[in-house]
Design a protein around this ligand. Structure first.
Ligand code: ASP
Length: 492
């Protein structure tokens, strides 16, 4: 009997964490007085002290001058433990010496595991661009006849955009209240992110500029996600406008490509248990058990924010815009919501979502066949919220401080676009997070920290994604009806 993937991932995570924490506790410290024959050129004495929270190298040059390089993680968060990366920023030469001559056994094993774990991340990054392109083309070209769908398109997009924006706002609020990445008494200014020096207007304008690639092929080559999403959206919309044989050809090509990319992605996701094990091992071996306390608050923050959105915001919209009883509607949708939770895939759940919306909630097929497939691809409130919280959490860990408001707004804006670009498959949100990390200059490798709990959060956010799509159907159906009534009234 083969264990379900999410159990495999959970076990991988646990095994990695147990090995990592044990290494960290038992072999996390090493004091080295470098032997004369190993000393780097021009250096007459070198001592290295490596521990999870503190790295110190002190040396004497041949001319008698002394110097030292220190990275102290203890005054920061556990997640911001003393890292070789930090040392390399402070003093690249010292980082090289540490690497060659004085790393603790925990760091040696942890960094080897990180290399393997990074291969897994690279595989995910490898499929990201073609997956996004084919998935978006499929979603948008599914619209059919452009003219007749124009009105519904606008209403639908308005719903998608506004609920995702609200979800992100809820996420931002939660992450700023809970501050899961900041523990202890870190002063916000201690290691705060440097002010960008640009006004918010400049920064947002830069993002808008990036959405208009001067060369779409170059954007693909550079994995510039914002440019890719914007161009693909425009391309798909114009394919629908051109219509006819062209649209059919593009649609079937995109569907074929999507099927293959999806198969590749699923194969890569099968490696997730090993990837998670390695990345967990790296994080815990080099940063110690304390990292879990940060993760606990992180989990709590994401789940609380998702619940506010799913149990308060969306039901209010359902009640006051669509005029539906949220409880009854949720009951109708429950098979789809539970499937979304266990499969962590909006796309996988789609047939069931359509069946529930049409057969159990009684919504017109004209609306659901348009709103749901597009929604499965581009309307992801849960993912948008999650992306914002996760990136700000990483930002808090990395800088030991809350990101400044202008950067938070960039995170919000890019999280919206990233959720649009994410495919409705397990862990897609994780792949898309690179866009946001890129936008605010955070290291992609820090995803390793949250990878361990991604599956459980993926299940939660996918349910919210499907719930929002379903509510969207009710809202658009009611708006369509009202528009129809007004048209009728005017005609008579
Ligand atoms: N798994 C999510 C979905 O299918 C996407 C994500 O990873 O956030 O909706």
């Amino acid at each position: 009997m083969k264990l379900a993937l999410h159990w495999q991932i959970a076990i991988g995570m646990l095994v990695g964490a147990i090995i990592g924490v044990s290494l960290n506790l038992l072999a996390g410290t090493r004091e080295t007085v470098v032997a004369t024959q190993q000393l780097p050129g021009g250096v007459s004495a070198l001592t290295i002290s490596d521990s999870p929270n503190h790295i110190r190298l002190a040396w004497t040059r041949d001319d008698g001058t002394t110097d030292a390089a220190v990275v102290d993680g203890t005054r920061q968060t556990p997640g911001a433990a003393a890292t070789v990366d930090e040392l390399a920023r402070v003093n690249p030469e010292a980082a090289d010496w540490l690497h060659r001559l004085g790393r603790s056994p925990a760091r040696i094993v942890g960094e080897a595991a990180q290399k393997v774990g990074n291969l897994f991340l690279r595989l995910l990054q490898m499929v990201a661009v073609p997956l996004i392109i084919t998935s978006l083309i499929c979603g948008v070209t599914g619209l059919g006849d452009a003219a007749s769908l124009g009105g519904m398109f606008l209403r639908t997009v308005l719903y998608y955009a506004s609920t995702s924006a609200i979800a992100i706002a809820v996420g931002l609020l939660a992450v700023n209240i809970f501050r899961p990445g900041i523990t202890g008494s870190v002063s916000p200014a201690a290691n705060g992110p440097a002010a960008s020096g640009h006004s918010l207007g400049d920064l947002l304008f830069e993002q808008v500029e990036r959405m208009i690639p001067t060369n779409p092929i170059a954007a693909v080559a550079e994995s510039n996600f914002l440019s890719i999403i914007a161009f693909t959206l425009a391309f798909s919309i114009f394919a629908v406008i051109v219509g006819g044989k062209t649209l059919a050809a593009i649609r079937s090509a995109a569907e074929a490509g999507f099927d293959v990319m999806m198969a590749m992605t699923m194969a890569i996701i099968a490696l997730a248990p090993l990837g998670v094990l390695c990345l967990m091992l790296f994080v815990t071996a080099t940063q110690g058990p304390a990292v879990f306390s940060s993760l606990f608050w992180y989990l709590l923050t994401v789940v609380a924010a998702l619940m506010v959105h799913a149990l308060i915001v969306l039901p209010l919209i359902l009640r006051f815009v669509a005029g539906r009883d949220p409880f009854a509607y949720a009951r109708s949708m429950s098979p789809a919501l539970l499937t979304a939770f266990s499969s962590a895939s909006s796309n996988g759940t789609l047939p069931l979502t359509m069946a529930c919306v049409e057969n159990r909630a009684g919504i017109d097929n004209k609306v659901s066949s348009f709103v749901l497939p597009l929604g499965a691809t581009i309307n992801m409130d849960g993912t948008a919220l999650y992306e914002a919280v996760a990136v700000l959490f990483i930002g808090q860990l990395y800088h030991g401080a809350v990101l400044p408001l202008d950067q938070q707004l960039i995170v919000a804006f890019t999280a919206l676009l990233a959720s649009v670009g994410a495919a409705g498959i397990p862990h897609a949100g994780l792949v898309m997070m690179v866009v946001i990390l890129q936008a605010v200059g955070l290291p992609v490798e820090m995803q390793g920290i949250i990878l361990a709990v991604d599956r459980v959060l993926d299940m939660c956010r996918t349910s919210v994604n499907v719930w929002s799509d379903s509510c969207g159907c009710a809202v658009v159906a009611s708006l369509e009806q009202r528009a129809g009534v007004i048209a009728d009234a005017q005609a008579s």
